[in-house]
Design a protein around this ligand. Structure first.
Ligand SMILES: [Ca+2]
Length: 89
């Protein structure tokens, strides 16, 4: 299992190194000449957007949960009007 992970990481590093070399050599397009191919930058942008969307959704869901908990806490702690505390014996 770990071997597979190392192979994947190794392939990714080789692919990345290859693309950087290819971009530097001008074999593949690189708009801003930073050594990272346009193809990869575009892909990263798409992934980033997706990650941001997911993070936003999670934050929204967490905020909703917090609001719900606050509401529930309010309901529990709220004193009911017109009802006096019963004296303890
Ligand atoms: Ca670039």
């Amino acid at each position: 299992m770990i071997d597979v992970l190392f192979i994947i990481i190794g392939l990714l590093i080789v692919a990345l190194a290859g693309s950087v070399i290819a971009a530097k050599k001008g074999w593949i397009s690189d708009r801003d000449k930073d050594g990272i191919a346009d193809v990869i930058e575009d892909r990263v942008d798409i992934v980033k957007d997706k990650v941001e969307d997911v993070v936003e959704d999670v934050v929204d869901a967490v905020e909703d949960k917090i609001d719900a908990v606050k509401e529930a806490a309010k309901k529990v702690t709220r004193k009911k009007p017109g009802r006096k505390k019963t004296a303890k014996k």
